[in-house]
Design a protein around this ligand. Structure first.
Ligand code: AMP
Length: 423
Protein backbone atom coordinates (compact mmCIF):
# COMPACT_ATOMS: atom_id res chain seq x y z
CA UNK A 1 0.00 0.00 0.00
CA UNK A 2 1.26 3.48 -0.86
CA UNK A 3 0.07 6.96 0.11
CA UNK A 4 -1.22 7.31 -3.47
CA UNK A 5 -3.57 4.39 -2.84
CA UNK A 6 -5.12 6.44 -0.03
CA UNK A 7 -6.28 9.04 -2.57
CA UNK A 8 -4.53 11.92 -0.90
CA UNK A 9 -4.52 15.30 -2.59
CA UNK A 10 -1.21 16.34 -4.23
CA UNK A 11 -0.30 18.92 -1.58
CA UNK A 12 -0.43 16.24 1.12
CA UNK A 13 1.33 13.62 -0.98
CA UNK A 14 4.14 16.07 -1.56
CA UNK A 15 4.51 16.81 2.15
CA UNK A 16 4.49 13.12 3.06
CA UNK A 17 7.18 12.50 0.50
CA UNK A 18 9.25 15.36 1.90
CA UNK A 19 8.93 13.81 5.35
CA UNK A 20 10.61 10.76 3.87
CA UNK A 21 7.67 8.42 4.51
CA UNK A 22 7.66 5.63 2.00
CA UNK A 23 4.45 3.85 2.91
CA UNK A 24 1.59 4.35 5.34
CA UNK A 25 1.88 2.63 8.71
CA UNK A 26 -0.81 0.12 9.69
CA UNK A 27 -2.88 2.67 11.59
CA UNK A 28 -2.63 5.14 8.72
CA UNK A 29 -3.63 2.55 6.13
CA UNK A 30 -6.68 1.70 8.18
CA UNK A 31 -7.75 5.04 9.59
CA UNK A 32 -7.13 7.50 6.74
CA UNK A 33 -9.77 6.02 4.37
CA UNK A 34 -12.32 5.91 7.20
CA UNK A 35 -11.75 9.52 8.19
CA UNK A 36 -11.95 10.61 4.57
CA UNK A 37 -15.30 8.79 4.36
CA UNK A 38 -16.38 10.90 7.33
CA UNK A 39 -16.67 7.99 9.72
CA UNK A 40 -16.08 8.26 13.45
CA UNK A 41 -13.07 6.18 14.47
CA UNK A 42 -12.20 4.33 17.66
CA UNK A 43 -8.47 3.74 17.38
CA UNK A 44 -6.50 1.47 19.62
CA UNK A 45 -2.98 2.70 19.00
CA UNK A 46 -0.06 4.11 20.89
CA UNK A 47 2.32 6.91 20.20
CA UNK A 48 4.98 5.59 17.87
CA UNK A 49 2.58 3.85 15.52
CA UNK A 50 2.18 6.90 13.30
CA UNK A 51 -1.22 7.73 14.71
CA UNK A 52 -0.72 11.50 14.52
CA UNK A 53 -0.52 11.36 10.74
CA UNK A 54 -3.45 8.92 10.77
CA UNK A 55 -5.72 11.72 11.95
CA UNK A 56 -3.80 14.86 10.87
CA UNK A 57 -3.49 13.97 7.20
CA UNK A 58 -7.18 13.21 6.51
CA UNK A 59 -8.32 16.18 8.59
CA UNK A 60 -6.04 18.44 6.55
CA UNK A 61 -7.50 16.92 3.40
CA UNK A 62 -11.11 17.40 4.49
CA UNK A 63 -10.40 20.97 5.53
CA UNK A 64 -8.67 21.72 2.23
CA UNK A 65 -11.47 20.20 0.15
CA UNK A 66 -14.10 22.07 2.08
CA UNK A 67 -12.34 25.22 3.23
CA UNK A 68 -13.77 26.53 6.45
CA UNK A 69 -12.72 30.13 6.02
CA UNK A 70 -14.14 30.59 2.53
CA UNK A 71 -16.14 33.43 3.95
CA UNK A 72 -14.56 35.73 6.51
CA UNK A 73 -12.15 34.98 9.33
CA UNK A 74 -10.75 31.56 10.13
CA UNK A 75 -12.71 29.69 12.74
CA UNK A 76 -11.63 26.66 14.72
CA UNK A 77 -12.83 23.79 12.55
CA UNK A 78 -10.77 20.99 14.07
CA UNK A 79 -9.98 20.50 17.74
CA UNK A 80 -7.37 18.02 18.96
CA UNK A 81 -7.24 17.46 22.71
CA UNK A 82 -4.19 15.69 24.10
CA UNK A 83 -2.97 15.21 27.68
CA UNK A 84 0.52 16.70 27.70
CA UNK A 85 2.32 19.74 26.48
CA UNK A 86 4.94 17.58 24.72
CA UNK A 87 2.31 15.69 22.77
CA UNK A 88 0.51 18.94 21.93
CA UNK A 89 3.71 20.43 20.54
CA UNK A 90 4.48 17.30 18.54
CA UNK A 91 0.99 17.18 17.08
CA UNK A 92 1.24 20.88 16.18
CA UNK A 93 4.54 20.23 14.43
CA UNK A 94 2.99 17.35 12.54
CA UNK A 95 0.06 19.47 11.33
CA UNK A 96 2.53 22.13 10.23
CA UNK A 97 4.72 19.59 8.43
CA UNK A 98 1.96 17.65 6.68
CA UNK A 99 0.00 20.83 5.93
CA UNK A 100 2.92 22.88 4.65
CA UNK A 101 1.54 22.96 1.10
CA UNK A 102 -2.04 23.61 2.17
CA UNK A 103 -3.51 26.84 3.49
CA UNK A 104 -4.61 25.34 6.78
CA UNK A 105 -3.33 27.09 9.89
CA UNK A 106 -2.90 25.50 13.29
CA UNK A 107 -1.90 26.62 16.72
CA UNK A 108 -1.04 24.86 19.96
CA UNK A 109 -2.13 25.87 23.44
CA UNK A 110 -1.02 24.37 26.74
CA UNK A 111 -0.65 25.43 30.33
CA UNK A 112 2.40 26.32 32.36
CA UNK A 113 3.41 29.26 30.16
CA UNK A 114 2.06 32.75 29.65
CA UNK A 115 -1.13 32.79 27.62
CA UNK A 116 -0.33 35.96 25.65
CA UNK A 117 1.28 34.42 22.61
CA UNK A 118 -1.43 31.79 22.52
CA UNK A 119 -4.28 34.30 22.64
CA UNK A 120 -2.54 36.43 19.98
CA UNK A 121 -2.42 33.42 17.66
CA UNK A 122 -6.08 32.68 18.39
CA UNK A 123 -7.05 36.26 17.61
CA UNK A 124 -5.30 36.04 14.23
CA UNK A 125 -7.50 33.03 13.48
CA UNK A 126 -6.74 29.31 13.16
CA UNK A 127 -8.38 26.32 11.51
CA UNK A 128 -6.91 23.62 13.71
CA UNK A 129 -6.46 23.97 17.45
CA UNK A 130 -4.33 21.52 19.41
CA UNK A 131 -4.82 21.85 23.14
CA UNK A 132 -4.31 20.36 26.55
CA UNK A 133 -7.58 20.31 28.51
CA UNK A 134 -6.84 22.79 31.32
CA UNK A 135 -5.64 25.68 29.18
CA UNK A 136 -8.38 25.03 26.65
CA UNK A 137 -11.10 25.43 29.26
CA UNK A 138 -9.33 28.42 30.71
CA UNK A 139 -9.23 30.26 27.41
CA UNK A 140 -12.80 29.20 26.61
CA UNK A 141 -13.92 30.69 29.91
CA UNK A 142 -12.06 33.90 29.14
CA UNK A 143 -13.87 34.12 25.81
CA UNK A 144 -10.85 33.60 23.54
CA UNK A 145 -12.12 30.32 22.14
CA UNK A 146 -15.44 29.25 20.76
CA UNK A 147 -15.99 25.65 19.79
CA UNK A 148 -19.21 26.24 17.91
CA UNK A 149 -17.63 25.78 14.47
CA UNK A 150 -15.72 22.60 15.29
CA UNK A 151 -16.42 19.90 12.71
CA UNK A 152 -13.62 17.51 13.57
CA UNK A 153 -12.80 16.52 17.11
CA UNK A 154 -9.91 14.26 18.12
CA UNK A 155 -9.40 12.93 21.62
CA UNK A 156 -5.83 11.68 21.79
CA UNK A 157 -4.38 9.29 24.39
CA UNK A 158 -7.72 8.95 26.15
CA UNK A 159 -6.46 6.45 28.72
CA UNK A 160 -3.64 8.72 29.76
CA UNK A 161 -6.06 11.58 29.93
CA UNK A 162 -8.17 9.70 32.47
CA UNK A 163 -5.09 8.59 34.40
CA UNK A 164 -4.12 12.23 34.72
CA UNK A 165 -7.54 13.08 36.13
CA UNK A 166 -8.87 15.01 33.15
CA UNK A 167 -12.27 13.30 32.97
CA UNK A 168 -14.25 16.30 34.25
CA UNK A 169 -12.41 18.65 31.94
CA UNK A 170 -13.17 16.38 28.99
CA UNK A 171 -16.84 16.28 29.89
CA UNK A 172 -16.94 20.08 30.07
CA UNK A 173 -15.29 20.33 26.66
CA UNK A 174 -17.71 17.79 25.18
CA UNK A 175 -20.66 19.78 26.44
CA UNK A 176 -19.47 22.78 24.41
CA UNK A 177 -18.88 20.92 21.14
CA UNK A 178 -21.48 20.96 18.36
CA UNK A 179 -23.46 17.69 18.16
CA UNK A 180 -23.01 17.63 14.43
CA UNK A 181 -19.34 16.70 14.07
CA UNK A 182 -16.92 13.91 13.20
CA UNK A 183 -15.01 12.47 16.14
CA UNK A 184 -11.88 10.35 16.40
CA UNK A 185 -10.88 8.72 19.64
CA UNK A 186 -7.44 7.22 20.29
CA UNK A 187 -6.26 5.25 23.26
CA UNK A 188 -3.40 2.82 23.82
CA UNK A 189 -5.58 0.63 25.99
CA UNK A 190 -9.33 0.05 25.99
CA UNK A 191 -10.50 -0.81 29.52
CA UNK A 192 -14.27 -0.53 30.22
CA UNK A 193 -14.18 3.10 31.46
CA UNK A 194 -12.43 4.19 28.28
CA UNK A 195 -14.91 2.35 26.09
CA UNK A 196 -17.71 3.98 28.01
CA UNK A 197 -16.21 7.41 27.45
CA UNK A 198 -15.79 6.65 23.74
CA UNK A 199 -19.48 5.81 23.51
CA UNK A 200 -20.33 9.27 24.80
CA UNK A 201 -18.21 10.86 22.12
CA UNK A 202 -18.47 8.69 19.01
CA UNK A 203 -21.30 8.04 16.68
CA UNK A 204 -21.36 4.52 15.19
CA UNK A 205 -17.55 4.36 15.12
CA UNK A 206 -15.39 2.04 13.06
CA UNK A 207 -12.76 0.26 15.09
CA UNK A 208 -9.10 0.35 14.18
CA UNK A 209 -6.58 -1.70 16.12
CA UNK A 210 -2.82 -1.90 15.70
CA UNK A 211 -0.37 -3.90 17.72
CA UNK A 212 1.31 -1.96 20.48
CA UNK A 213 4.62 -0.33 19.90
CA UNK A 214 5.78 -1.83 23.18
CA UNK A 215 6.69 -5.02 21.37
CA UNK A 216 10.24 -4.02 20.54
CA UNK A 217 11.46 -5.81 17.48
CA UNK A 218 12.99 -9.14 18.31
CA UNK A 219 15.86 -8.31 16.04
CA UNK A 220 17.11 -5.53 18.34
CA UNK A 221 19.58 -6.48 21.04
CA UNK A 222 19.45 -4.06 23.93
CA UNK A 223 22.17 -3.33 26.47
CA UNK A 224 22.40 -1.03 29.40
CA UNK A 225 25.50 0.75 30.71
CA UNK A 226 25.07 2.13 34.19
CA UNK A 227 27.43 5.02 34.77
CA UNK A 228 27.73 8.41 36.41
CA UNK A 229 26.93 11.69 34.76
CA UNK A 230 30.58 12.72 34.79
CA UNK A 231 31.74 9.54 33.04
CA UNK A 232 29.17 9.45 30.23
CA UNK A 233 31.52 10.97 27.75
CA UNK A 234 34.42 8.68 28.63
CA UNK A 235 32.11 5.71 28.38
CA UNK A 236 30.90 6.86 24.98
CA UNK A 237 34.46 7.19 23.72
CA UNK A 238 35.20 3.74 25.10
CA UNK A 239 32.21 2.30 23.20
CA UNK A 240 33.34 4.02 20.02
CA UNK A 241 36.74 2.34 20.25
CA UNK A 242 34.92 -0.62 18.77
CA UNK A 243 35.24 -0.21 14.98
CA UNK A 244 32.03 -2.17 14.44
CA UNK A 245 30.20 0.97 15.49
CA UNK A 246 30.79 2.65 12.16
CA UNK A 247 27.32 4.16 11.74
CA UNK A 248 25.68 5.22 14.97
CA UNK A 249 22.55 7.22 15.61
CA UNK A 250 23.00 8.80 19.02
CA UNK A 251 20.14 10.42 20.89
CA UNK A 252 20.39 13.40 23.16
CA UNK A 253 17.43 14.86 25.04
CA UNK A 254 18.32 18.48 24.28
CA UNK A 255 19.73 20.51 21.41
CA UNK A 256 22.31 21.98 23.73
CA UNK A 257 23.34 18.51 24.87
CA UNK A 258 23.59 17.38 21.24
CA UNK A 259 25.97 20.22 20.40
CA UNK A 260 28.05 19.46 23.47
CA UNK A 261 28.42 15.81 22.51
CA UNK A 262 29.46 16.80 19.00
CA UNK A 263 32.15 19.11 20.36
CA UNK A 264 33.52 16.35 22.60
CA UNK A 265 33.53 13.77 19.80
CA UNK A 266 35.19 16.20 17.43
CA UNK A 267 37.98 16.68 19.95
CA UNK A 268 38.57 12.94 19.67
CA UNK A 269 38.54 13.22 15.86
CA UNK A 270 35.36 11.20 15.46
CA UNK A 271 33.42 12.32 12.35
CA UNK A 272 30.07 13.44 13.68
CA UNK A 273 27.34 16.04 13.34
CA UNK A 274 24.21 17.12 15.15
CA UNK A 275 20.75 17.28 13.69
CA UNK A 276 18.19 19.26 15.64
CA UNK A 277 15.57 21.96 15.44
CA UNK A 278 18.07 24.83 15.25
CA UNK A 279 19.47 23.51 11.99
CA UNK A 280 17.89 24.48 8.70
CA UNK A 281 16.14 21.89 6.57
CA UNK A 282 18.99 22.15 4.08
CA UNK A 283 21.63 21.53 6.77
CA UNK A 284 19.68 18.57 8.09
CA UNK A 285 19.39 16.97 4.70
CA UNK A 286 23.08 17.47 3.97
CA UNK A 287 24.06 15.91 7.29
CA UNK A 288 21.66 13.03 6.83
CA UNK A 289 23.06 12.30 3.39
CA UNK A 290 26.64 12.37 4.72
CA UNK A 291 25.58 9.96 7.46
CA UNK A 292 24.00 7.61 4.95
CA UNK A 293 27.09 7.82 2.73
CA UNK A 294 29.45 6.98 5.60
CA UNK A 295 31.13 10.40 5.85
CA UNK A 296 29.71 10.89 9.32
CA UNK A 297 30.17 8.12 11.84
CA UNK A 298 28.00 9.43 14.66
CA UNK A 299 24.82 11.35 14.01
CA UNK A 300 23.66 13.08 17.17
CA UNK A 301 19.93 13.77 17.13
CA UNK A 302 17.19 15.05 19.39
CA UNK A 303 13.95 13.09 19.46
CA UNK A 304 12.05 15.69 17.51
CA UNK A 305 14.73 16.00 14.83
CA UNK A 306 14.88 12.24 14.45
CA UNK A 307 11.18 12.01 13.60
CA UNK A 308 10.79 10.61 10.16
CA UNK A 309 14.47 9.74 9.81
CA UNK A 310 14.73 6.38 8.19
CA UNK A 311 18.18 4.95 7.62
CA UNK A 312 18.38 1.70 5.77
CA UNK A 313 20.24 -1.05 7.60
CA UNK A 314 21.16 1.13 10.58
CA UNK A 315 22.73 -1.17 13.13
CA UNK A 316 23.52 0.96 16.16
CA UNK A 317 21.50 3.32 18.28
CA UNK A 318 23.01 4.84 21.40
CA UNK A 319 20.90 6.55 24.01
CA UNK A 320 23.25 9.09 25.57
CA UNK A 321 20.52 9.75 28.04
CA UNK A 322 17.43 7.81 28.99
CA UNK A 323 14.18 9.36 27.81
CA UNK A 324 11.63 10.04 30.53
CA UNK A 325 8.85 8.74 28.31
CA UNK A 326 9.13 5.00 27.87
CA UNK A 327 7.54 5.17 24.41
CA UNK A 328 10.34 7.47 23.28
CA UNK A 329 12.82 4.72 24.10
CA UNK A 330 10.90 2.30 21.92
CA UNK A 331 10.84 4.89 19.12
CA UNK A 332 14.51 5.57 19.39
CA UNK A 333 15.69 2.00 19.30
CA UNK A 334 13.19 1.20 16.57
CA UNK A 335 15.41 3.20 14.23
CA UNK A 336 17.77 0.25 14.01
CA UNK A 337 17.06 -3.38 13.28
CA UNK A 338 14.45 -2.57 10.67
CA UNK A 339 13.16 -5.00 8.12
CA UNK A 340 14.63 -8.02 9.85
CA UNK A 341 18.17 -6.62 9.99
CA UNK A 342 20.07 -6.95 13.23
CA UNK A 343 20.05 -3.88 15.44
CA UNK A 344 21.91 -3.08 18.64
CA UNK A 345 20.74 -0.45 21.10
CA UNK A 346 23.11 0.74 23.80
CA UNK A 347 21.76 2.91 26.59
CA UNK A 348 23.88 5.00 28.89
CA UNK A 349 22.18 5.62 32.20
CA UNK A 350 23.16 7.86 35.09
CA UNK A 351 21.73 7.31 38.60
CA UNK A 352 18.99 9.96 38.20
CA UNK A 353 17.69 8.03 35.19
CA UNK A 354 17.44 4.62 36.82
CA UNK A 355 13.72 5.13 37.43
CA UNK A 356 13.12 5.75 33.72
CA UNK A 357 14.67 2.37 32.97
CA UNK A 358 12.15 0.72 35.26
CA UNK A 359 9.30 2.42 33.33
CA UNK A 360 10.80 1.29 30.03
CA UNK A 361 11.20 -2.28 31.21
CA UNK A 362 7.58 -2.28 32.30
CA UNK A 363 6.45 -1.07 28.89
CA UNK A 364 8.56 -3.47 26.86
CA UNK A 365 7.94 -6.26 29.34
CA UNK A 366 11.56 -7.31 29.43
CA UNK A 367 14.70 -6.58 31.39
CA UNK A 368 17.46 -4.78 29.55
CA UNK A 369 20.68 -6.62 30.35
CA UNK A 370 23.27 -4.56 32.19
CA UNK A 371 26.76 -4.80 30.70
CA UNK A 372 29.26 -5.74 33.36
CA UNK A 373 32.28 -5.12 31.17
CA UNK A 374 32.09 -1.39 31.83
CA UNK A 375 35.17 0.60 32.86
CA UNK A 376 33.00 3.46 34.16
CA UNK A 377 30.35 1.83 36.35
CA UNK A 378 27.74 3.76 38.29
CA UNK A 379 28.86 4.47 41.80
CA UNK A 380 26.68 5.52 44.62
CA UNK A 381 29.67 5.28 46.91
CA UNK A 382 30.20 8.37 49.00
CA UNK A 383 32.93 10.61 47.67
CA UNK A 384 36.40 10.16 49.08
CA UNK A 385 37.72 13.05 51.17
CA UNK A 386 39.96 14.14 48.30
CA UNK A 387 37.04 14.06 45.82
CA UNK A 388 34.87 15.99 48.23
CA UNK A 389 37.56 18.64 48.65
CA UNK A 390 37.96 18.90 44.88
CA UNK A 391 34.19 19.11 44.41
CA UNK A 392 33.82 21.90 46.99
CA UNK A 393 36.77 23.78 45.52
CA UNK A 394 35.19 23.61 42.06
CA UNK A 395 31.85 24.74 43.46
CA UNK A 396 33.50 27.68 45.18
CA UNK A 397 35.36 28.59 42.00
CA UNK A 398 32.15 28.59 39.96
CA UNK A 399 30.39 30.69 42.57
CA UNK A 400 33.19 33.19 42.53
CA UNK A 401 33.17 33.27 38.75
CA UNK A 402 29.43 33.85 38.74
CA UNK A 403 29.67 36.82 41.13
CA UNK A 404 32.63 38.27 39.30
CA UNK A 405 30.77 38.11 35.99
CA UNK A 406 27.68 39.58 37.54
CA UNK A 407 29.62 42.44 39.11
CA UNK A 408 31.36 43.12 35.83
CA UNK A 409 28.01 43.24 34.01
CA UNK A 410 26.54 45.54 36.65
CA UNK A 411 29.54 47.84 36.54
CA UNK A 412 29.27 47.92 32.74
CA UNK A 413 25.57 48.78 32.88
CA UNK A 414 26.06 51.46 35.52
CA UNK A 415 28.89 53.04 33.50
CA UNK A 416 26.75 52.93 30.35
CA UNK A 417 23.75 54.61 31.93
CA UNK A 418 25.83 57.34 33.59
CA UNK A 419 27.42 58.05 30.25
CA UNK A 420 23.95 58.25 28.75
CA UNK A 421 22.80 60.81 31.28
CA UNK A 422 25.81 63.04 30.80
CA UNK A 423 25.08 63.46 27.12
P1 AMP B 1 3.41 9.06 16.11
O1 AMP B 1 2.94 7.71 16.51
O2 AMP B 1 2.38 9.84 15.40
O3 AMP B 1 4.02 9.81 17.27
O4 AMP B 1 4.59 8.87 15.04
C1 AMP B 1 5.78 8.22 15.35
C2 AMP B 1 6.90 8.52 14.39
O5 AMP B 1 6.69 7.88 13.15
C3 AMP B 1 7.09 9.98 14.06
O6 AMP B 1 8.47 10.20 14.16
C4 AMP B 1 6.61 10.14 12.65
O7 AMP B 1 7.32 11.15 11.97
C5 AMP B 1 6.93 8.79 12.07
N1 AMP B 1 6.02 8.38 10.99
C6 AMP B 1 4.68 8.56 10.93
N2 AMP B 1 4.19 8.01 9.81
C7 AMP B 1 5.22 7.45 9.15
C8 AMP B 1 5.35 6.73 7.93
N3 AMP B 1 4.29 6.45 7.18
N4 AMP B 1 6.58 6.31 7.57
C9 AMP B 1 7.66 6.60 8.34
N5 AMP B 1 7.61 7.25 9.51
C10 AMP B 1 6.41 7.69 9.92
Amino acid sequence: MTFQDLHLIPSLLKAVEEEGYEAPTAIQAQAIPLVLKRQDVLGSAQTGTGKTAAFAIPILQLLTEDPPHASGRRKISALIVTPTRELAIQIGESFTAYGRHTHIKNTVIFGGVSQNQQTQALKRGVDVLIATPGRLLDLMDQGYISLEDVRYFVLDEADRMLDMGFIHDIKKILARLPRERQSLFFSATMPPNILQLSQQILNRPKKVVVSPVSSTAETIQQYLYLTNRTSKNDLLLHLLENPDLNQVLLFSRTKHGADRIVRKLQKSKIPCAAIHGNKSQHQRQKVLQAFKDGGIRVLVATDIAARGIDIDKLRYVINYDIPNEAETYVHRIGRCGRAGEEGIALSICEPEENAYIRDIEKLIRQKIPVVSDNPFPQTDLPMTEAEKKEFLKEKQRRKQEFFENRNKKRAGRAGGSRGGRRR
